[in-house]
Design a protein around this ligand. Sequence first.
Ligand code: GLC
Length: 440
Amino acid sequence: MLRKCLLYLAYLLPLGGLAQHIDPETIKDKMQWYQDAKLGIFIHWGVYSVNGVDESWSFYNNKIPYPIYMQQLKGFTAAHYDPQAWADLIKASGARYAVLTTKHHDGVALWDTKLSDLNVAKRTPAGRDVVGPFFKALRADGIRCGAYFSLLDWSQPDYPGFRKDSSRYRIEDDYPRWDRYRRFCQGQIVELMDRFHPDLVWFDGDWEHSPEEWEAEHIRHLILSRNPQTVINGRLQGYGDYATPEQNIPVSRPAYPWWELCYTSNNNWGYHPDDTNFKTPAEVISVFADVIYNGGNLLLDIGPRADGTIPDEETHLLKELGRWTNAHQEAIFGTLPGIPQGHFFGPSTLSKDSATLYLFLPSKTYGQVLVKGLSNNIQDIRVVGTGQHLTHKIVGKISWSAVPGLVYIDVPATVLDEYMTVLALRLDGPVRLYKGQGGY
Ligand code: GLC
């Protein structure tokens, strides 16, 4: 765990500004759809769902022996796998993209890779590629497709790492063997690109090796030479496009222009029947509002069962999330990060022209809602979910001072959304804020 934590630090730092090799200016255009998308659904599906154990880590951390882990191959049936139903549920959640684990650290590919027999088509009762049909269904629903791919592969005989206390060899001692692994790994990336044309490649596991060892720059080239528009997540040792804080919600706004919080529905990535600690729709929605307020995306994870069915709690969560996102689309998708803290006690976003300010009222706030230091005139205030118009008053405006008065908006309890109410303030132009310290 400690090792993982240290390695995490090592790869989070680069996107904090130290060793990031990509100049954000050069990728601005291709990042636009991603920046506007705000919500993605992450899917951890693999043989680990058969017994509901930790994905890959259960054998790496010696919780179960490797052969027992691999016996799960026999139980991966995908018998009720309905890719269109998955895509429709994702669409209903309001998400604009989805990311599927095409291969986790255990090395079991969800597609019929030509480079290894360790794939669900050859080695499990599913007997077929399950990536292609999902991407097809997503595309039919207008949802962008992401391929999660673990750079490290603890099953591949040429990969040095295996379990936390045993590895196969040291790269320094057998460089040709490491090079064989690299060719294999990069070959699978090329296969994924050529076969499935992902809009987004979501790498994981880069922490075990340096950019030079992975040939990270070359991997980026392999992807972009096939499709220059592909978005690449930040786990490519400084050669990705956006930061990926995991589970932990940033408190201050991340400095890097694009970031994505990957977040589990309960406490696990994959299917874990013993884990019933599901987040409520209200909790996920408040996290989501906070994330978009700070200019990020939320990648909310679900873990289907080995037969391809999705646990009811996750279906419920996605549907409720969808009820809220659909009613509040204009305040979410394609918006800009909100106004700095201190003006309003809650998350906010701005329309692209910055002339509409969206206020997300925490919990069931009603009564008088305060906005401080807003220099614009307000032309209209509307409850986004219902369309009702609200009144407001300006308090304490001093005629001879440029400092704006306090805005008190009257929010009756009757307009409240079950989860989070959003107000749209139409301003007389792009938002202008007073940031001073008072005085005259
Ligand atoms: C971590 C874990 C992995 C999980 C991923 C999701 O890197 O190693 O199990 O798939 O995070 O972000």
